[in-house]
Design a protein around this ligand. Structure first.
Ligand SMILES: [Zn+2]
Length: 536
């Protein structure tokens, strides 16, 4: 397939540097077009995968059906799957190919508590009341990377291109619970570059520091003494008092933290019933800041306040990390390659039905008129942003443990347009678009861009060289990755077990059956879009 000139250039290049093949530009562009066409032909497959995972609606560390489905699909398509990596039963790593470069492709798979919602319906209408649901849109990302990988795998086989594809899931991303453990256990050691994909409402693959916070997630447990709460309260030591005093202490501490911090907690155990002095209680904190040192000092302050609360109540305190994420930093060379492909592919064609749903959802959630950059929020986006580098300043924000990978391997974070702008995030309304044509088209386009970028990475060794140069000489020149976890911190795989067990059987009735129904909307009998509730 390679022409004589490029073969000759390859030989000359090998003499000068090391053995690597230089491919002709026409050959590369041809391959990219073929990759894009091959992905586009899998429109049905993308829709089925997006809908299937939406219907499973599994919380972090309990992605049992999702992982079973994905690993079976990948095995059937020629990948070798290692299951249960890093001590996490629902994690896995799938490989195909041989030699370098080794390109890893990842996307999250878990969902949000109490976010069950019928797709395509612009008012609150849960599939199963109280159950979890894809109120972050993590049901769409695996279709993006898997259908991109399959198209590229075919082309690599036909054209004898060397290289390895590695596919992995972001398990328990909502708990930032897995990726630092993958890194700790060496799963990214021999990876040359990582493409991560995440649902968005616009195209975006910025490089540098996007302004996110990192975090540690820590559970503090207090151990006291039970007693009859009326008969002998003076003989009790309340663990709940310790939790409340810790929270009061932390809320005073807030005044003396930088404005970039975010911290929040939930009381996961507040005792059993009022007439028993609570002998056990626990509170779960997320401590977020913009850099490692500030996160560490928040964490230390939290531990001190917990010790103080234990002293005040004469209880015993212990704590355990549940999750962790570094603040993100993404690779310039990879972003530039990907952005060029985004420009080529552009936005999906939104229909009137898509726009009607988007506008109705924006009204439902009382969306702001503009986003944080001042861009209007009105329906679905179709205007492309420019490619941006590090933010000059950020007030802080959310976190994603992809950052722990991005500080170990050159990584890019692709946001593809598969959801509605202006929603709140982590909310049932964020699930409305996620098994509709909006998510299907956005994910398909995400897969096209990913496939084209993979061809770039497998045929242009200079991109990987530039990516490594940026990683070594810019990103990590002064900041070095220091994990928050040690080899003794286990992944918090027990989280969400009870909640998932409570709802799984009710949810099972609504699992998508693609052998009977064209789409999940069809299975649920939903007219797309349904904008108003039926008249009572
Ligand atoms: Zn996410």
């Amino acid at each position: 397939m390679r022409n004589l000139l490029s073969a000759l250039a390859g030989v000359l290049f090998s003499i000068g540097l090391r053995a690597q093949t230089i491919y002709d530009t026409t050959f590369i562009n041809n391959l990219k077009e073929q990759a894009r066409t091959a992905v586009a032909a899998k429109q049905k497959g993308v829709q089925e995968m997006v809908d299937q995972i939406f219907s499973y609606g599994e919380l972090g560390f309990q992605e049992i059906e999702t992982s079973k489905y994905l690993t079976a699909f990948l095995t059937k398509n020629g990948f070798t799957v290692e299951k249960g990596i890093a001590g996490i039963p629902t994690s896995w790593m799938a490989r195909w190919g041989s030699g370098s470069p080794v390109i890893a492709l990842g996307s999250d798979i878990d969902c949000i508590p109490k976010a069950s919602q019928k797709p395509g319906v612009a008012y609150k209408d849960p599939i199963v009341e109280g159950a979890p649901g894809h109120g972050e849109g993590h049901n769409s990302g695996q279709a993006v990377i898997i259908f991109a990988a399959l198209a590229v795998k075919d082309l690599m086989e036909k054209n004898h291109l060397p290289g390895t594809l590695v596919i992995w899931p972001g398990v328990a991303e909502e708990l930032v619970g897995s990726k630092a453990w993958y890194v700790r256990d060496g799963y990214f050691k021999n990876v040359d570059a990582c493409i991560f994909t995440h649902v968005g409402s616009a195209w975006n693959c910025n490089y540098g520091d996007p302004g996110m916070n990192g975090l540690v997630s820590v559970k503090f447990s207090f151990d006291g003494e039970a007693a009859h709460a009326a008969g002998a309260p003076w003989r009790g030591k309340s663990a709940l008092d310790a939790v409340e005093l810790m929270d009061v202490g932390w809320n005073f501490k807030r005044e003396h933290l930088k404005p970039t911090q975010r911290s929040h907690y939930v009381i996961t155990d507040g005792g059993d019933q009022p007439n028993v002095v609570p002998s056990k209680a626990s509170v779960w904190y997320y401590f977020r800041e913009r850099n490692y040192d500030d996160i560490s000092s928040m964490y230390a302050a939290g531990v001190n306040i917990a010790k103080g609360a234990a002293l005040m109540t004469d209880t015993r305190m212990s704590y355990q990390i549940q999750g962790t994420a570094w603040p993100g930093h993404f690779n310039k060379a990879l972003a530039q390659a990907m952005y060029a492909n985004i420009k080529k592919v552009g936005y999906p064609q939104w229909t009137d039905a898509d726009q009607q749903l988007a506008l109705a959802v924006q009204k439902l959630v009382d969306a702001p008129k503009t986003d944080l950059e001042g861009k209007p929020i009105h329906g679905l986006r179709s205007d492309l942003d420019t490619l941006k580098g590090s933010v000059p300043f950020s007030w802080g924000g959310g976190s994603d443990d992809i950052a722990d990978i991005s500080w170990n391997v050159p990584t890019i974070d692709l946001y593809y347009p598969a959801n509605i702008p202006g929603t709140k995030g982590h909310h049932w309304a964020d699930a409305i678009a996620m098994a509709t044509p909006i998510a299907h088209k956005g994910s398909l386009y995400g897969a096209e861009v990913t496939a084209m970028t993979l061809i770039d990475l497998f045929t242009k060794p200079q991109i990987i060289a530039d990516a490594k140069d940026y990683f070594n000489n810019v990103q990590t020149k002064e900041v070095k990755y220091k994990p928050f976890i040690t080899k003794d911190d286990p992944p918090a795989i027990y989280l969400n077990k009870e909640t998932m067990e409570k709802y799984r059987e009710q949810m099972r009735k609504y699992y998508y059956d693609p052998s009977k129904y064209k789409t999940y909307l069809e299975q649920l009998g939903i007219t797309y879009p349904t904008l108003t509730p039926p008249a009572k």
